[in-house]
Design a protein around this ligand. Structure first.
Ligand code: AMP
Ligand code: ZN
Length: 112
């Protein structure tokens, strides 16, 4: 999508450091980290939000890569949180599906 910042990362129009990248998914550091580790796991394909996912394999790629990366980095030792914000009340600000992978502090439950 031409006006989407995450698509611009994916197609190289805006340079960004990739923490991980394959054909389907890429991972970058959040510009405004909410914990000492805060990655965004993003499908390469433009999908506006979780509510727009029609192919369930998108989830296995996004969630699967997030957990794999978390375990590879040892984040499972103390724990980590994965979050997908959807829509206005869900707190979504970038309209391209992404999963937040956070670690490095206590997040507590329920969320605020
Ligand atoms: P959400 O509010 O769930 O849509 O999350 C969007 C996330 O994208 C926020 O945590 C932002 O800090 C992050 N973000 C926005 N612009 C950039 C950028 N240029 N590089 C990295 N992360 C970004
Ligand atoms: Zn996009």
């Amino acid at each position: 999508m031409s006006d989407c910042i995450f698509c611009k990362f994916a197609n190289g129009e805006i340079p960004v450091e990739f923490v991980y990248r394959d054909e389907d998914v890429f991972v970058i550091r959040d510009i405004n980290p909410q914990a000492s580790t805060h990655f965004l796991v993003i499908p390469t394909q433009h999908i506006a939000s979780s509510a727009e996912v029609t192919d369930p394999s998108v989830w296995s790629k996004v969630v699967g890569r997030a957990v794999e990366l978390a375990c590879k980095m040892g984040l499972d030792r103390d724990g980590f949180r994965m979050v997908v914000n959807t829509g206005e009340q869900g707190g979504q600000t970038v309209p391209h599906l992404h999963l937040h992978l956070l670690s490095g502090r206590n997040f507590g439950w329920p969320p605020g």
